[in-house]
Design a protein around this ligand. Structure first.
Ligand SMILES: [Zn+2]
Length: 337
């Protein structure tokens, strides 16, 4: 890298303009010269649709490269949406961490950066940091609402949910919740992050804008069901935001809360996982949630993992084998309505 002479100037260029009416499909490009491509570049696909005066909603997929509901849904919307249906502006970035999406990996294969810990980014930093910097300065800055579509990736599976954070500003939280409920995933979650440093979520919220995220499935693929939830949810949210014409196809969500880190069950053992509860199902404090078997011999009792609270199992370790330190399960509290 030789960009430290002027760290304030982004090396990312955009082939789309954010202030002209109509629909544009293009790329954010940044130089990435390498062994297999001298003067090569990284290209992040982007669609901008603008018509009339209204809010700006930015929708992002592929923040992690092994999650598919976001990218597939935003690619579909980029093909379907038409400027005449829009009042305001929609920015679609289906594959934000394009090198990670290309490698089907959570982190960028170029710099091993987790894009969702790279914000606000650095114009003089590695590829992921440069992308984050451009998003912060050029896209979050002009957005009223940012939606970041996640799923569990290859190592987690989630009960389909839309989520907002617990915020100090109650009004900001309430407006974000209206969008979450319009999204209408089977579950609607209020949560605190284990570690919010460097997240897009935190950046958007600290700038006083509305942020909604999702966890819509996982296992490194997407299903017809999870894609339907994502697609209808995104259209609903755009209608609720006032940027897309039509009506919200209202679907009730079960409300959940993750108040603190005690919701996360971390494995202390290596072995083969026997789940006793599936995602989306109730968990009861004191009941066995999973067993971890040693599988290099027979006749050894498995290690039981007991639910530490009553609630709904919202996430589980997806692969059949687990290691110490891996997240085994996440239980969220049910919020009575
Ligand atoms: Zn993710």
């Amino acid at each position: 890298m030789s960009s430290h002479e002027n760290p304030q100037r982004s090396r990312v260029s955009s082939s789309v303009k954010f202030d002209i009416d109509g629909i544009q499909h293009g790329h954010l490009s940044l130089p990435y010269s390498r062994d297999d491509s001298a003067w090569g570049s990284v290209r992040v696909p982007i669609t901008v649709i603008k018509h009339g005066e209204g809010p700006t909603v930015t929708m992002i997929g592929g923040n992690h490269g092994d999650e598919y509901e976001g990218p597939v849904t935003l690619l579909r919307l980029a093909n379907e949406l038409d400027a005449e249906q829009i009042t305001g502006r929609i920015i679609l970035i289906p594959c934000l961490n394009a090198p990670a999406v290309d490698a089907a990996s959570r982190l960028s294969p170029i710099d091993q950066v987790n894009m969702n810990r790279a914000f606000p980014g650095d114009a003089g930093g590695s590829i992921s940091l440069q992308i984050a910097d451009f998003v912060t300065r050029e896209i979050v800055a002009i957005s009223d609402i940012v939606v970041d579509l996640h799923a569990g990736g290859k190592t987690l599976d989630f009960a389909p949910l839309a989520a907002v954070h617990h915020l100090d500003d109650r009004k900001q939280q309430q407006r974000a919740e209206e969008l979450m409920f319009a999204f209408g995933a089977p579950f609607a979650l209020r949560m605190r992050e284990l570690d919010d440093h460097g997240m897009l979520d935190t950046l958007v919220e600290q700038n006083g804008k509305l942020f909604v995220t999702t966890e819509l499935g996982g296992g490194g693929t997407a299903t017809a069901n999870s894609l339907e939830i994502a697609y209808t949810g995104c259209r609903n949210l755009l209608v609720q935001a006032g940027v897309l014409s039509g009506e919200v196809a209202l679907r009730a969500s079960q409300i959940l809360d993750m108040p603190d880190a005690s919701c996360f069950m971390i494995s202390a053992d290596a072995g083969m996982v026997e789940m006793r509860v599936d995602i989306g199902q109730p968990a009861y404090k004191g009941n066995v949630l999973a067993l971890i078997h040693s599988y290099d011999r027979t006749g050894v009792a498995p290690i039981p993992y007991v639910a530490t609270r009553d609630g709904i199992l919202v996430a589980r370790h997806y692969p059949g084998l687990i290691k110490p330190g891996d997240c085994l399960a996440v239980i969220a509290d049910v919020v009575p309505v």
